[in-house]
Design a protein around this ligand. Structure first.
Ligand SMILES: O=P(O)(O)OC[C@H]1O[C@](O)(CO)[C@@H](O)[C@@H]1O
Length: 448
């Protein structure tokens, strides 16, 4: 099986050999810190061994639950926010049909899948309910803490809908709860109501949880192969833990982005040339942004879908404030392609491309853009993804997880906490009038 690779050769003019030598030592120290489990946030390192040490009984139960949902539901609603939905969505959009929910059932073969609880929009929820219509559906509510407001609100709505449609007992058989093994409101509810439950391990944070039931149940419902996903992750883990620096893609990526950061490249844009990678970028943004953006430090993570955004953000990337580095997600072999035909009269002037494939055009756009951006002083790094399949994606997930652990330690932050996320919650609760927030409420209202 082909491997994910990281290539920074096109950015070599921005990185001197001695800088790499020096950062190599720092990255290897960070690796020791991570693997010795003595660094900051060391109670959240369960993701390191997850691809080889996971609960096999639960894994089998995930497959059974997915089979049940496939057999009794036309629609699955996945309720969660941040790490409790982005990994599943990234995988489903990367691995399955570009128009998964709208392509015919004969092609899709599995339930339509929609996401809720990732915003607080009444319009979104109301219209999602219209999409479900009278059809049979199930719900997978995912919240590690079991107390996050956005998914909790959405779950209330769908729980009531299920109970009205099927009665309380049957509704309970259509609700799958993925949460902490013993704590939180959702766990209590699941126990009380008898929902089938799956566990988010204590030592695996939300943004590192895609290879637990958090990601695996929705991914399995979509028809993707979760065994192959885990196998890919196992291979990337093997490399990350065992390989020396020169052959260790995750270590090199962590090192290079930190060299560039220290030279004023404060923003990293992740660029894809295939729309099915859009949510991989969204997943990556949380993984890196929430892990590194703290203590008034960190690389800001952004993403662009290309060539689409070359016609909106392209001007800035080429020519605006020079604070950018760019990492390209290069899907080496897309699963489908179209060959361009010759036309008798070359009115659109495209006959020079006849016999060429869309991917040929796309790859040339990518290479041309990479050189142009490099000339414009945006260092371009590349992550090569062999294929649009589970094996490659499993590798990619682990590659980025390991890289961010190393990168966070290089930066000198705890990559495994997210204290900053609490501030908006506190204000929201106060403004909503949640009991216990009365004093804060008065203060905030004066400021509005
Ligand atoms: O799974 P939970 O506990 O609902 O959390 C969802 C998301 O919210 C955060 O805790 C931030 O508030 C993320 O770290 C997490 O992925």
């Amino acid at each position: 099986m082909k491997k994910i690779t990281f290539d920074y050769s096109k950015a070599s003019k921005f990185i001197a050999d001695h800088e790499m030598e020096s950062m190599k030592k720092i990255a290897l120290n960070a690796k020791d810190e991570l693997l010795s489990r003595e660094g900051a946030g060391n109670d959240f390192l369960g993701w390191i061994d997850l691809p080889v040490q996971y609960d096999k009984d639960e894994f089998a139960r995930i497959k059974q639950a997915a089979d049940k949902i496939k057999s009794d539901s036309e629609v699955l609603i996945v309720i969660g926010i941040g790490g409790s939905y982005l990994g599943a969505r990234a995988a489903i959009e990367f691995l399955r049909h570009s128009f998964y929910n709208t392509v015919s059932k004969e092609v899709r073969k599995t339930p339509e899948i929609y996401y809720a609880g990732q915003n607080i929009s009444g319009t979104y929820l109301k219209e999602l309910i219209e999409v479900i219509g009278n059809r049979d559906f199930s719900v997978n509510i995912i919240s590690k803490s079991g107390t996050t407001t956005e998914p909790a609100i959405a779950f209330r709505v769908f729980k009531e809908m299920l109970e009205n449609k099927y009665g309380k007992e049957e509704a309970a058989k259509r609700i799958y709860a993925t949460t902490d093994k013993e704590r939180g409101a959702l766990k209590n509810l699941a126990t009380e109501e008898g929902y089938e439950s799956f566990v988010v391990p204590d030592d695996v944070g939300g943004r590192f949880s895609v290879l637990t039931a958090v990601g695996l149940l929705p991914i399995a419902v979509s028809g993707a192969n979760i065994d192959a996903l885990m196998e890919g992750a196992q291979e990337a883990r093997e490399e990350a833990l065992q390989a020396d620096f020169e052959n260790n893609n995750a270590l090199k990526y962590a090192a290079v982005r930190n060299i560039l950061f220290r030279k004023g490249k404060l923003v990293e844009i992740l660029a894809n040339y295939e729309p099915n990678l859009h949510y991989v970028s969204e997943w990556w943004k949380q993984l890196f942004g929430e892990s590194e953006g703290k203590d008034q430090k960190g690389i800001f993570n952004a993403s662009v879908d290309l060539t689409t955004d070359l016609h909106s953000m392209g001007q800035f990337i080429q020519d605006g404030n020079r604070i950018l580095m760019e990492t390209i997600l290069n899907l080496e072999a897309p699963s489908k392609d179209i060959e361009l035909k010759e036309e008798k009269v070359d009115l659109d002037g495209l006959n020079y491309l006849s016999g060429k494939t869309m991917d040929f055009v796309n790859k040339n756009a990518m290479n041309g853009t990479m050189l142009a951006h490099t000339d414009g002083n945006v260092p371009n790094l590349m992550v090569n993804i062999p294929a649009q399949d589970e094996h490659s994606l499993g590798q990619l997930f682990y590659f980025f997880e390991f890289a961010v652990g190393i990168s966070g330690y290089i930066l000198g932050v705890n990559p495994f906490n997210q204290p900053g996320v609490e501030s908006y919650k506190k204000n929201m609760f106060a403004l909503l009038g949640k009991p216990g927030f009365e004093a804060e409420r008065e203060e905030l209202l004066k400021r509005l």
